[in-house]
Each structure stands twice: as structure tokens, then as C-alpha cells.
Ligand binder design. Structure first.
Ligand SMILES: Nc1ncnc2c1ncn2[C@@H]1O[C@H](COP(=O)(O)OP(=O)(O)OP(=O)(O)O)[C@@H](O)[C@H]1O
Length: 784
């Protein structure tokens, strides 16, 4: 047995084999075939050769015969159930076909020659194969000679195929992947490019801030504050300038050489307020007349009032010092009727003006024709009542040098208050800037920028002081790095001041703050966790100042100190079983001393909304011992401003010890006696977290922050606020080695790692909570 390569079939009439246009290209040319011959095959092959030499017209009979046999097969198929065609069947077909083709003579003898038709590709191939099968013996030199080039090509192609075949045998067949019901194969995870940019995308002033170490302290006099003023400041508790003040004051105090705007990004409680109030007041105190020289914009009324106090303190310090005047400070925040507010910040005065007086007289005549209902008429009548002196006119003049305001109210005065102008403004301060820039209250910034762009010759200049036009001071503990937002301020030659180790955009936590997290295993019983925290050993005055005084509190004070030491112990072993502080007094206290004895420390509790603050406040008064009830206050944005102010005063004086608040007071509010901040509800953002916890641990004092973390919130809290866990992305910056400690405040909770029924709370306490909630429900129904 041997292998032979057979050339392509000889086309009929010596021409190239005709290719039907409908025939697929791959089937068009006759392919060389490798045929395996047995010794016995020679007979058949010889017959094939004969067929090949016959004219094609005579080859029609096998076709009809084949048709016949197909018909026959169809009939068979109809009788027999359809059978899957196997390889053997194919071979049988082929053999049958070969046989059919091998006996054409017999077939042609009893059929008439039919006109030649193009053959079906398969049949043609078969026929060609049969042609190939003729014993093209080596002697058949004639054919070889004629088709030498074709032979060579075929041999070449077959050799190549053989080689490829060998290669294929060597390389193992790739295994077909088998898919089951498991997860579909996923693309490889995207590798995050952690490489750092080699170029700076921030403008130089943001990228290269002025840095100052947190511990820096300097006497105010060294920084350019007059000795007299520094003396008065010291009596108010401001002995030395804080770090941020040491950096900002030299940049802002009047100096002909130093110009440009200043941006301050420093942590909560670092003393940013004084950093701008002091230079501003010192500068404005040098002016002779009262003109609106300074505008301070703040996001809330509570902050307006707080900054007003700082301004008044500084105004008092500079009054009379170096021949300065007492700076007049006013507020505009919408806590009183607009007209009343206008009367506070603007007044009238008579000015000799002959021409103006003539005009006024003419106008009086025209007034008769005015529509009675018009607003304009009302105004004119107002003026008529304030009839000027002969040859004088009534002028609207400012009553304040510094206006502290909310942005909305500022815009209202700019647009509606007669004579209100920013023409003389030398200072524009934007405190809590990130908040004010993010929320465009009545497009306040555009309105203000437009007014500040107006430059009356000399209106903003002071002799001997820097003549830089309006200076802008922008401050926040969570300053944005968003250039688009900062551009809105239209800063001129700005400089950025940050504390050492920080950069713009950092959300720094004061170094003196300790943070804790309490796991809430039963969210429905969350109020009970808070009750336990408020009564736990952790609730002690963190700065060692027990505000509770007197006979009742002396025992409490000693208790506190022992608790205090145990507290510091507990910091290192926070998982130790907590001991619950029992309320000192069960009866309702009548004196402030007795109240202080009941709860010797102070706590500010943050909730997610006004509504939940009101509910929680009431719930606490029901769940805590009766002695606590008079110590609890509530602060929400829906509370009247005057009530809020009273509440804050009561808290700072120690009368109230627990404040439940919405995020209204999370920014800027300075409660110097606040020991603990409790996040009852998780804050919405890292920024909000930093502002909330920053209400304590201010001005270098100690403070503690507690966050109640439900299971569903844990991932977010640890990743975003603490920076722990896989894929943590956290912008909150803590002092070296500082993190958030996990603590337990409820006795028996999760004892031995085993989760107990009701989170470890007794049936009795759960019922107590249910009862209190029912009271709340009834009260709410009554209110309608
Ligand atoms: N030089 C100083 N000496 C003593 N106390 C100071 C000094 N400067 C500021 N303080 C006090 O520090 C506290 C925090 O100051 P301030 O309210 O200005 O902080 P802040 O940086 O504006 O904080 P926040 O970002 O939360 O608004 C205030 O009680 C303030 O009276």
C-alpha cells in the first residue's frame, strides 16, 4: 500500500474546469486529493480512467440513475424512520457513487444522450476524483508532461499540508471551556494607576501654601497688634496668638508692602475667627467716619451672632488704642423684619445741598399726581415726614462699619436698601467658605463681586495703609480645592495658609480629639445604647473641670476624678466590660448644682434631621432618670432664633448639659465647655463628620467624639471616615497614631462574642422603650 498525489482533474475539452457563478469559491477549483490505494484498487482505477476519457455528454445517465436511486432512497426514507447519517453512510454513498460512475458505458447504452448541463459541484468533484483515480501510472508521461507545473504545485502544497499536519499533532488541542451554572468568567480587574503625576495641576498659590506648625504661639505684639489692644485681649483670655493667627496676621495687618487676598485652611477650633477679626478691626478703627468698610458672610444666623461677639470684643480692645475709634458692628440675618433691619444698619442725616433741595421741592409737587397705592409713594411720604431743613437734603448713611450677615440677606440689602453700598468696603470675609461656595444663595457671590468691582476713586483707600481695594479673606476647616469654585471668588494675588503637615483639601481632626465607635447590634433599640452611653463611666468632664460645684457635686467631683482615671485606663483597654454610671439623683433636681451633680459633663448629640432631634430629645427625657430631663435642650433650624440663642447661652453657662441638635450647629459653633460630641445618626459626609466632632477639642482643649454605628453603616463608616478596611478612601486626617477605638457601653451586650437576644438588653428595658415610644406617638397624634 502506498500514497500517491493526484493532480487536479483534466478539464473537459482541455479547457479550465468551468466554475458556476453560483458555485462557492472554495469549491470552484478542483482540489488535489491525497488518495490511498490498495493493491486491489487498480482495476477500479483503470475503469475510472476510461470514464474520464469519455465525452461528458455521455455521462448523463449516472445522473438520472442517481436521481432514481435518490427517489428510491426517499421512498425508503418514508418507510423507515429517519436515521442519523453516519460516517459509514457517507462512505457507502461515496462507494455507491463511485460504482455508478465506474459503469457509465452500461448506463449510456440504454439512454439517449442528453444535452450537457453544468454539473452540480459535488457530482463534479466526485467525477473529478474518479478521474484522478485512473491509474496515472508512472508510464503515463504524457499527462505528467502536459501538467508538469500543476503537478509541482500540488506536490508543494501537499508537502506543506503534511508539515502543518505534523505540527498540529505536536500541539495539544486547546480544551473547550466547559460552562456550568456558576458565575460567568469576568474580565481581569482593572489595575488602578497609582503612579503620581510628575507635574502640578494646582495653581502655585494652592500647591505651595504657607505652612505653620500647630504648636506655634506668639505674643500678639510681635505680630503687629498694638500693645494696648494686646493687653485688653489678654484680659479676655487671648494671651498669645494661635498658630493660624501667627501666619495670617502678618499677611492681613495694614502694611503698604503686603497685598493680596488670603485663604486659610485650618482645623476646627484653631482660632480662625480672630485671625481675620483682629486685623480687620484694627484697620477699620483708623477710619474717621462710619462707612461700611467690612462685610463678613457666614452660612447661619448662629454663626453670625457668634462672630458678632468676637468683633465686639476686638472693637472694644482697639477703641482708643493708637487714636482709633470704636468700630460699629451690625448684623443682617433675617431674624427680624426687613424694615427693622434696614433701620439698624442704615440711618439718615441732613446734608446742606442747595441743588438737591431744589430737586426735592420739585418732587414734592409731582407727588400729588402719584398713584396712591404705589410703593414709591409710600417711600416718598416717609421722606416727606422727615422734611429736611431748608437747603438741606436727607441722605441715607450707614450706621455700621462692619456688617456680619448671611448671604441671602446681604443680597436683599444690596438690591433693596436705599443708600446701602459696597463702594467703601475694604474687607470681604467669607467664613465656612466651602459651604457658601457650594450653595449659591441667590447668586450672592456674583452680586457682591459686581459691586466690589466698582471703584470710586479713593473710596477704599486709607492714608498710610495698603491701598489694595477690597481684601478678601476666605476661611474653612474643610477648604475646597475646587478651582472652579475658588475662581468664583475672583481672588487677587492669593496666598494659602495651612497648618504643618496638611495640604489644601485635607479634612483635619484636632490632635486633642479622641474618637470612639459603638457598635449597634439592634438598630430598633438604638435609643437604649445612647441612654447607656450617657450613663456610662465615659461621661466625665474631659478637661478635668467639673462644672458641678457645691456640696452635692463635691462627691460627684471625686467620683468624676476616679472615673476620669478609669477612663484613661479604659482607653488602652476599651473592650473591657464597662461599668454603668448610675444617676446620682433620682428625684427631680431643683437647683443648678443638683442638675450638675446628675450629669457633670456636657454632650452635644447630632441627629439626621430636625424631626429626629425633637423626637430623640423627648425620648431621652422619658428614658433617662428624671434628674436628667431639665438638663436636655434641643437645637434645630425650625427653632426660633431667639430660642436658639437662649438655648446656646444656657448650655455655655452649664444650665443645660445635653443638647440634641440637627446639623444646623455642626459648623463653626464654639461651645467652649463642650466635652463630648455624639453622632447618634451617622453624618452624611466626611466633611460633616469633621465639622460635627470639631465642636469639641477646640483651642487646644481635650474632647471626645462618639459615633453609634449600625451594622449597615459600618462599612461606610470605617472606610470613609476612619480609612480602615479594603479599598478605604478617606480624606480625614488624624494626628500620628490616632484612630477610632471600638467601645461597648451596654452591660452584657455581645458577652463572650455571642449575640444575645435584644442586643443584650433586658426585657424590662425593651418594654420601657416601647412605652416611651408609645407616649411619643400619642403626643404626635394630639399635635395633629
Ligand atoms: N489666641 C487665642 N488664645 C486663646 N483662645 C483663642 C485664641 N484664638 C481663638 N481662641 C479661642 O479658640 C476657640 C476656637 O476659635 P474659633 O471659633 O475661631 O475656631 P475656628 O478655627 O473658627 O473653628 P471652626 O472651624 O470650627 O469655626 C474659641 O473659643 C476662641 O475664643
Amino acid at each position: 500500500m502506498y500514497n500517491r498525489y493526484i493532480p487536479p482533474p483534466k478539464p473537459a475539452g482541455g479547457a479550465a474546469a468551468p466554475v458556476s457563478s453560483s458555485q462557492p469559491v472554495s469549491q470552484a477549483p478542483a482540489q488535489p486529493a491525497r488518495i490511498v490505494f490498495g493493491d486491489d484498487d487498480f482495476v477500479a482505477n483503470k475503469q475510472s480512467k476510461t470514464v474520464a476519457e469519455e465525452p461528458i455528454q455521455q455521462v448523463e445517465e449516472p445522473k438520472s440513475k442517481s436521481k432514481k436511486s435518490k427517489k428510491q432512497r426517499d421512498t425508503d426514507d418514508a418507510e423507515e424512520p429517519p436515521r442519523k447519517k453516519t460516517k459509514t453512510d457517507d462512505n457507502d454513498d461515496e462507494q455507491q457513487q463511485q460504482q455508478d460512475e465506474a459503469q457509465p458505458e452500461a448506463a449510456t447504452s440504454d439512454t439517449l444522450p442528453i444535452k450537457k448541463e453544468p454539473k452540480k459541484p459535488k457530482r463534479e468533484k466526485k467525477k473529478k476524483e474518479s478521474v484522478l483515480e485512473k491509474p496515472a501510472d508512472l508510464e503515463d508521461d504524457h499527462i505528467r508532461q502536459r501538467h508538469r507545473s500543476v503537478f509541482e504545485k500540488v506536490e508543494k502544497a501537499l508537502k506543506l499540508k503534511e508539515l502543518q499536519g505534523d505540527e498540529k499533532e505536536d500541539t495539544p488541542e486547546p480544551e473547550e471551556p466547559v460552562y456550568d451554572l456558576g458565575p460567568l468568567p469576568q474580565p481581569a480587574p482593572v489595575v488602578v494607576d497609582s503612579s503620581k503625576l510628575t507635574y502640578e495641576t494646582l495653581p502655585p498659590w494652592l500647591a505651595n501654601p504657607i505652612r505653620v506648625t500647630t504648636e506655634t504661639r506668639k505674643p500678639f505684639t510681635d505680630l503687629g497688634i498694638s500693645a494696648e489692644a494686646a493687653k485688653i485681649l489678654a484680659t479676655k483670655g487671648f494671651k498669645d496668638a494661635f498658630a493660624v493667627q501667627t501666619a495670617a496676621l502678618p499677611l492681613l495687618l495694614p502694611n503698604p508692602d503686603l497685598q493680596g487676598d488670603v485663604v486659610v485652611a485650618a482645623p476646627t477650633g484653631s482660632g480662625k475667627t480672630l485671625a481675620y477679626v483682629l486685623p480687620m478691626v484694627q484697620d477699620i478703627a483708623l477710619s474717621q467716619t462710619t462707612k461700611l468698610r467690612g462685610v463678613i458672610v457666614l452660612p447661619t444666623r448662629d454663626l453670625v451672632q457668634q462672630v458678632q461677639q468676637a468683633c465686639e470684643a476686638c472693637a472694644a480692645a482697639f477703641a482708643g488704642s493708637s487714636g482709633g475709634k470704636r468700630v460699629k458692628v451690625g448684623t443682617a440675618m433675617g431674624n427680624r423684619p426687613f424694615k427693622e433691619e434696614q433701620g439698624v444698619i442704615m440711618g439718615t442725616e441732613q446734608e446742606y445741598d442747595l441743588k438737591g433741595y431744589q430737586k426735592w421741592l420739585e418732587r414734592q409737587k409731582q407727588l400729588v399726581d402719584l398713584d396712591e397705592d404705589s410703593e414709591q409713594e409710600e417711600e416718598e411720604l416717609d421722606l416727606q415726614l422727615k422734611r429736611p431743613l431748608p437747603y438741606h437734603v436727607i441722605q441715607h448713611v450707614p450706621k455700621v462699619d462692619i456688617l456680619i450677615c448671611t448671604p441671602g440677606r446681604l443680597v436683599e440689602h444690596i438690591t433693596k436698601t436705599k443708600g446701602f453700598t459696597l463702594d467703601y468696603v475694604r474687607w470681604l470675609v467669607v467664613d465656612e467658605a466651602d459651604k457658601l461656595l457650594a450653595q449659591d444663595f441667590q447668586q450672592w457671590l456674583d452680586v457682591v463681586n459686581e459691586k466690589l468691582a466698582v471703584s470710586k476713586p479713593g473710596a477704599r483707600d486709607f492714608a498710610a495703609n495698603n491701598k489694595t481695594g477690597p481684601r478678601k479673606v476666605i476661611l474653612s476647616a474643610t477648604m475646597t480645592r475646587d478651582i472652579t469654585l475658588l475662581n468664583g471668588l475672583k481672588l487677587s494675588r492669593p496666598k494659602l495658609v495651612v497648618l504643618e503637615g496638611a495640604k489644601a483639601g485635607d479634612l483635619a481632626i484636632p490632635a486633642t480629639l479622641k474618637e470612639y465607635a459603638i457598635k449597634i447590634t439592634e438598630p430598633s433599640l438604638k435609643p437604649l445604647y445612647l441612654v447607656d452611653l450617657l450613663q456610662s463611666k465615659y461621661m466625665v468632664p474631659v478637661n478635668g473641670e467639673d462644672v458641678a460645684a457645691g456640696s452635692e457635686s463635691s462627691s460627684s467631683s471625686s467620683d468624676s476624678s476616679s472615673d476620669s482615671s478609669s477612663d484613661s485606663d479604659s482607653d488602652s483597654d476599651s473592650e473591657a466590660e464597662p461599668t454603668t454610671r448610675k444617676a446620682k439623683s433620682v428625684s427631680k433636681p431643683t437647683t443648678s448644682k443638683a442638675r450638675a451633680a446628675a450629669f457633670p459633663t456636657t454632650a452635644l448629640i447630632f441627629t439626621a434631621s430636625n424631626q429626629s432631634a425633637l423626637r430623640l430629645s423627648r425620648l431621652l427625657s422619658l428614658l433617662l432618670p428624671p434628674s436628667f430631663a431639665p438638663l436636655i435642650g434641643t437645637l434645630t433650624s425650625s427653632t426660633k432664633t431667639s430660642v436658639r440663642l437662649r438655648t446656646l447661652r444656657a448650655f455655655t453657662s452649664g444650665k443645660l448639659r445635653i443638647l440634641v441638635a440637627s446639623d444646623l450647629v455642626s459648623r463653626g459653633i464654639d461651645l467652649s465647655n463642650l466635652d463630648h460630641v455624639i453622632n447618634y445618626d451617622l453624618p452624611l459626609s466626611e466633611t460633616s463628620y469633621v465639622h460635627r466632632v470639631g465642636r469639641t477639642a477646640r483651642a487646644g482643649r481635650e474632647g471626645k467624639a462618639w459615633t453609634l454605628v449600625e451594622f449597615a453603616e459600618a462599612r461606610r463608616f470605617w472606610r470613609e471616615f476612619v480609612g480602615e478596611g479594603q479599598g478605604a478612601v478617606c480624606n480625614v486626617k488624624r494626628a500620628e497614631g490616632r484612630t477610632v477605638e471600638r467601645v461597648r457601653v451596654t452591660e452584657g451586650m455581645d458577652e463572650g462574642g455571642e449575640k444575645k437576644k435584644n442586643g443584650g438588653f433586658s426585657e424590662e428595658r425593651v418594654k420601657e422603650l416601647e412605652k416611651a415610644l408609645e407616649v411619643l406617638r400619642v403626643e404626635a397624634t394630639k399635635r395633629g
